[in-house]
Design a protein. Structure first.
Ligand SMILES: NC(=O)c1ccc[n+]([C@@H]2O[C@H](COP(=O)([O-])OP(=O)(O)OC[C@H]3O[C@@H](n4cnc5c(N)ncnc54)[C@H](OP(=O)(O)O)[C@@H]3O)[C@@H](O)[C@H]2O)c1
Length: 273
């Protein structure tokens, strides 16, 4: 059977762990050549070593909030593979969990610099190559806070709402050029981003309280990775300005109902003992 991404070159920012790593693995299995990046050299090396038996992988040290580093990364990827067909703007952080009055403003600003400006930097550096090729697919990661209020993770929520607006505008800007831009909404996955972030003294007890919500909503990382393969495959050639999502409103309501019923059943079993 032919592979879904045979011969494609994909740049997946932040592919050293979490969702990005799972997408890199799935892409390699489907025949793509993959470039990953991250800020931690040791973690990158380890990821590349684990992925390399699956296909051609290039791991580049790069903080996407810095345009010079992004341009150098894109130049290295082009030097090795000659093209970039797919850009997954996956790298993202949530940083300190806490209220606006308690958070270190520099840490707040760095979330904007990575999630929003970093996404812009990668698009800015990659689009000229995609235009030269006459085709390219860009996917930007949406997340918690884009559709609902995100108390105590305000920077993260603000960037994810902005990513939606940015991607829709990008799709319009490049319509008709062969370059498409879509939103990738991976649903909740238990990664470092949601499990191991910092919290202010005020934010800590609140974060502990949302453990049940994470348990209820989380999916195995293979789910968004499979969707990432499908959305970049030829099945979606020409699709632009769309959102590819794991957790639709219907699925969310169904999950909530199932969780409510399970809790009710547990309560009535306890009271009948
Ligand atoms: N997990 C979820 O439930 C969830 C839900 C919705 C959306 N998302 C989105 O999915 C994406 C991936 O999240 P994840 O949960 O997989 O996070 P994760 O496990 O914390 O992984 C984040 C990845 O991004 C890299 N990264 C972070 N900052 C970077 C920077 N400035 N420059 C380059 N690489 C950077 C990290 O490597 P280094 O630390 O070594 O740089 C790591 O490889 C994010 O955009 C997130 O908003 C996640």
């Amino acid at each position: 059977m032919s592979k879904l991404l045979e011969g494609q070159v994909a740049l997946i920012t932040g592919g050293s762990r979490g969702i990005g790593y799972a997408v890199a693995e799935a892409y390699l299995r489907e025949g793509a050549k993959v470039v990953i990046c991250g800020r931690d050299q040791a973690r990158l090396k380890e990821a590349a070593a684990r992925l390399s038996p699956l296909g051609e992988i290039q791991a580049i040290l790069c903080d996407i909030s810095d345009l010079d580093q992004v341009e150098a990364m894109v130049a290295q990827a082009i030097a090795r593979f000659g093209r970039i067909d797919i850009l997954i703007n996956n790298a993202g952080i949530s940083m300190t969990y806490g209220r606006v009055g308690d958070i270190d403003p520099r840490r707040w600003a760095y979330v904007i610099a990575v999630n929003l400006i970093g996404t812009f930097n990668c698009c800015h550096a990659v689009i000229p190559h995609m235009l030269r090729q006459g085709k390219g697919k860009i996917f930007n990661l949406k997340g918690y806070g884009a559709d609902f209020p995100s108390p105590r993770v305000t920077a993260y929520g603000a960037t994810k709402a902005a990513i939606v607006a940015f991607t829709r505008s990008l799709a319009r800007e490049y319509r008709g050029t062969g370059v498409t831009a879509n939103i990738f909404s991976p649903g909740m996955v238990k990664t470092d981003l949601i499990l191991n972030g910092e919290a202010t003294a005020e934010g800590r007890p609140h974060r502990e309280k949302i453990g049940w919500f994470i348990d209820m909503m989380a999916n195995p990382v293979e789910m968004p990775a499979a969707l990432a393969v499908k959305m970049a495959s030829s099945e979606n050639d020409g699709v632009t300005g769309k959102e590819f999502q794991i957790m639709t409103k219907r699925k969310f309501l169904f999950r909530l109902m199932k969780y409510g019923l399970k809790r009710l059943a547990g309560r009535s079993a306890r009271s009948s003992r």
